[in-house]
Ligand binder design. Structure first.
Ligand code: FAD
Length: 363
């Protein structure tokens, strides 16, 4: 395909990380031509960019995409697969089901004329009746607007770009953010540096025996209870911190405690709420991500936070557009390996019904 070429198909899936692959698995069954377009050179989605010591917080058998269970790692001492294991799994999954992935192809803009969508990419244009966006959020790290942030002359990086603590030996490091990323990176960095963990509120640690599988089950029960109008149950929150071995290690070293945020940054460090100034060399922002949806902006449906109004996974204001894998607003637990299957199946069913219906000429 050259940059001027136009190709027609029935369904274009944008992104071929875990969400795109799960969607592809179910699209194979609906017997319409489809393609997955992915910006990266090789399979793995966001897992290609995690830090070296990153591990899943759920065991392999609770981290599977539809159809093929994730194999247990051969040298599984911890019970939690590392990110290379996930990359290998996604690579083999894509090959196993012969999913029609084109890469590297970056989608720049999606627009619609009547019932036909134009998917503009750096290698040409795809015309299609249905678009499924599965672009995740890893490419869009969020850093909160602290006063003085641009004055700080030390190193600042987001967890999206953190790889290892090698360059931080003996330095004074702030790890900002109270989720699983913050806890795991604090553990990593505190082995070689003078690290302080900064969180908005006191972190909530799950019991040691509660891993991602238990957590997912609890959160599912909570979700169903809410849907049935029975109110939340007290246990199970996918945002609480799972005590993976590295976090337990930080606890045993006595470093797993957090302080509340500083007031502002200065050129050389931070000022704490009690007025005390402290010199800091490095700040690692483990402060989350926002959906990578700028390619949908020409449709005029994307809000300032990158979200699109959806009913399930289907865009409310675009008849042939679905969004999968971005988080609870596109399906319960859809941003997890084990959770995305449900959203993917429902999406493929809806796309099949949509493609079977007569084209609405008023669109
Ligand atoms: P991604 O993996 O980000 O894939 C999106 C793909 O779309 C990428 O390949 C990207 O290059 C491509 N793309 C983006 N924009 C475009 C474009 N314009 N054109 C073409 N292609 C594009 N989940 C679990 O189940 N268990 C865990 O233990 C777990 N641990 C986690 C730990 C951390 C620190 C984080 C951050 C997440 C963790 N997750 C875990 C969550 C989850 O698995 C990931 O967020 C997951 O990568 C989301 O998959 P995705 O396919 O939706 O997005």
């Amino acid at each position: 395909m050259n940059t001027k070429e136009i190709v027609e198909t029935d369904v274009v899936v944008i992104g071929a990380g875990q969400s795109g692959l799960a969607v592809g698995y179910f699209l194979r069954r609906i017997q319409h031509p489809f393609v997955l377009l992915d910006a990266q050179l090789r399979p793995g989605g966001a897992w290609l960019h995690g830090w070296d010591s990153l591990r899943l917080f759920s065991p392999a058998d609770a981290s599977s995409l539809p159809g093929w269970p994730m194999p247990r790692p051969a040298d599984d001492h911890t019970g939690f697969p590392d990110r290379q294991h996930v990359i290998d799994y996604l690579t083999r999954y894509e090959a196993r089901y012969a999913l029609p992935v084109r890469r590297p192809v970056t989608v720049q803009a999606v627009s619609r004329s009547g019932s036909v969508y134009s998917v503009q990419t750096d290698t040409g244009i795809w015309r299609t009746r249905a678009v499924i966006s599965t672009t995740g959020s890893w490419t869009h790290p969020v850093i909160p607007a602290y006063p003085g942030r641009t004055l700080f002359q030390g190193v600042q990086l987001h967890s999206a770009h953190y790889r290892s603590p090698e360059s931080m030996v003996g330095k004074r490091v702030l790890v900002v953010g109270g989720g699983n990323s913050g806890a795991q990176i604090l553990s990593d960095v505190s082995r070689v540096a003078d690290a302080t963990w900064v969180t908005l509120t006191e972190p909530v640690f799950l019991p040691d025996e509660v891993d991602g599988r238990v957590l997912f089950g609890q959160a599912t029960a909570q979700y169903r209870a809410l849907q049935d109008g029975n109110g939340p149950s007290p246990a199970g929150n996918l945002g609480h911190i799972v005590m993976v071995p590295s976090v337990q290690d930080a606890r045993s070293r006595g470093v797993l405690h957090a302080v509340r945020p500083f007031q502002r940054l200065t050129p050389t460090g931070v000022v704490w709420p009690d007025g005390r100034s402290e010199s800091i060399d490095v700040i690692i922002w483990c402060t989350g991500f926002q959906p990578a949806t700028e390619h949908l902006r020409p449709l005029d449906i994307v809000d300032a936070a990158g979200r699109v109004a959806t009913s399930g996974t289907r865009a409310v204001d675009e008849p042939g557009l679905w969004l999968v894998g971005y988080g609870s607003w596109t399906g319960f637990a859809s941003a997890t390996l084990i959770g995305v299957g449900r959203s993917a199946r429902q999406t493929a069913d809806e796309v099949r019904a949509y493609l079977a219906a007569p084209v609405n000429s008023s669109q």
